[in-house]
Design a binder for this molecule. Structure first.
Ligand code: NAD
Length: 472
């Protein structure tokens, strides 16, 4: 065992309770990963009190100091990168390689460093004979962060990095499915950060609910399902909390007639199957024009056949299991509905049942009705419906017909044409010839019931700040 691995093991032991807690299992093998502590609502209250006490001191540091501390936190992740990636792989299921566990840990570093480099300057709004008005960005206080199980480390960083950068302290509640990844990440970050500015409180929905109602929490950053988002919006109403809601997506991709099927196949594949389909802004329904339909289907099958799925810690794999049984059942129900409707299976759709791991084979479904449940419900797994269209206006109408509107994409060899179609799509982001390609400099957020508020870049910093105007 290398010194670095041994250090990580020590740190990982620290986040587990000496006794009790809840055993967490590897979704690929069913083997134990470790024991997660379970906090009570009283523990949450105590954590918020500590974060509240620490906040003025944190806010009083200079902007430059907070920036440097975020860089130091990024250094700490780099030191423990392999340990974190292996734990993430075992707990979440995602393989080490491909756009998965090592990639996710790398993204944590990239987002921390990018956030450290942004600075939100005061804005002079008026400065003339009539007077002077300046907009300042103050800390909000304590920010509550509630996250999902699909990208547990990266999404935690998206929530906590801008919050800390702006002088807030953070209480973070990880998903009950992936508590250890977030607890270990926070333990690593806290080797660099001052005490009590970042506190993790592992617990179930009731702990998240208390955080959403807590009078001393100024803002909730939430990423998760639209259903939970609705509960949090209601819970936060009594104390008029600020909210950023990153909710469910059912992203459409539209291929135009001038696209080159061979050239786009691999990017289409990863747009849909990144993290084995368990990604908010993954391509979840693909609309293809009739003249290209067979070629696109065939090109996707060729890519899919060559992407190994298996246990995360085995280096050759790039696709893994579903993270949990409930999600496996959603995917199985939707694929079964598609098959029962007479849709054509291009590959996959025959899962092994009653195995230790929650594996669902890479599945492509053609000749499917645009209103089939696999198309109109979020599958959040490795099953992509490919819908044929003959009229582009109709395809755009289908793409825009759902209450979810997180991302979307247009695939074409003509940039002007692609942009024209992109402008007609309703979404927080529309990508051209790629899907889900996020960047810490480019704001990201949803439209319609996919949520509100923006993350990343200067817009992301504004979301965790209180605008304060001084007018004279
Ligand atoms: P989820 O809504 O089930 O859980 C998210 C978090 O909310 C967990 O930490 C959970 O413990 C907590 N929670 C549950 N009930 C709560 C309550 N009443 N009050 C407060 N907190 C509560 O979501 P999930 O299944 O973990 O994640 C998958 C979903 O997240 C998908 O719909 C996906 O599209 C969405 N997602 C969206 C984005 C985005 O950026 N828009 C990113 C990732 C995932």
């Amino acid at each position: 065992m290398s010194a670095q691995t041994a250090d990580f093991q020590d740190l990982f032991r620290r986040v587990q309770p000496a006794e009790g807690g809840r055993e967490v299992f590897d979704p690929a093998t069913g083997e134990s990963v470790g024991r997660a502590p379970e906090a009570s609502v009283e523990d949450l209250d105590a954590a918020v009190a500590r974060a509240k006490a620490a906040q003025p001191g944190w806010a009083a540091r200079s902007d430059q100091q907070r920036s440097q501390l975020l860089h130091s936190a990024a250094d700490a992740i780099e030191t423990h990168a392999e340990g974190l990636a292996r734990l993430l792989s075992q707990e979440q299921g995602k393989p080490l390689n491909g756009p998965n566990a090592r990639f996710e840990v790398g993204a944590c570093v990239a987002w921390l460093r990018a956030t450290a480099e942004f600075t939100l300057e005061p804005e002079v709004l008026v400065d003339d004979d009539s007077g002077k008005a300046v907009l300042h960005w103050r800390p909000l206080g304590v920010v509550g962060a509630i996250g999902p199980w699909n990208w547990p480390m990266m999404i935690s960083i998206w929530q906590l990095a801008p919050s800390l950068r702006q002088g807030n302290t953070v209480v973070i509640k990880p998903s009950g499915y992936t508590p250890l990844s977030v607890l270990a990440l926070v333990e690593v970050l806290n080797t660099a950060l001052p005490q009590e500015v970042l506190i993790a409180v592992p617990g179930r929905g009731e702990v998240g609910d208390r955080l959403s109602r807590h009078p001393d929490v100024a803002k909730i950053m939430f990423t998760g399902s639209t259903a939970t988002g609705r509960s949090i919006i209601k819970a936060a109403a009594d104390t008029v909390k600020r909210l950023t809601m990153e909710l469910g997506g059912n992203d459409a991709g539209i291929v135009l007639e001038d696209a080159d099927p061979e050239a786009i196949a691999e990017d289409l594949f990863w747009g849909a199957f990144i993290n084995t389909g368990q990604t908010c802004a993954a391509l979840k329904r693909l609309y293809v024009p009739e003249p290209l339909y067979d070629q696109v289907c065939q090109a996707l099958v060729e890519v899919a056949k060559n992407m190994p799925m298996g246990v995360g810690l085995e280096e050759q794999n790039v696709l893994g299991p579903l993270q949990n049984k409930a999600q496996w059942e959603i995917v199985d129900r939707l694929v079964t509905a598609a098959k029962d409707s007479g849709a054509r299976v291009l590959i996959g759709a025959e899962p092994e049942r009653n195995t230790a791991g929650y594996f669902y084979p890479t599945t492509l479904i053609a000749d499917i009705d645009p209103q089939n449940p696999l198309v109109v419900e979020e599958q959040f797994g490795p099953a992509l419906p490919i819908i044929k269209y003959t009229d582009l206006d109709q395809a755009i109408e289908w793409a825009n017909s759902l209450t979810e509107a997180l991302g979307s994409s247009v695939w074409s060899s003509n940039p002007d044409r692609a942009e024209e179609v992109a402008s007609r799509l309703v979404a927080g982001t529309t990508w051209i010839n790629k899907h889900g390609a996020i960047d810490p400099r480019v704001p990201f957020g949803g439209a319609r019931e996919s949520g509100f508020g923006l993350e990343f870049g200067l817009e992301g910093l504004k979301e965790v700040s209180q605008p304060h105007i001084i007018s004279q």
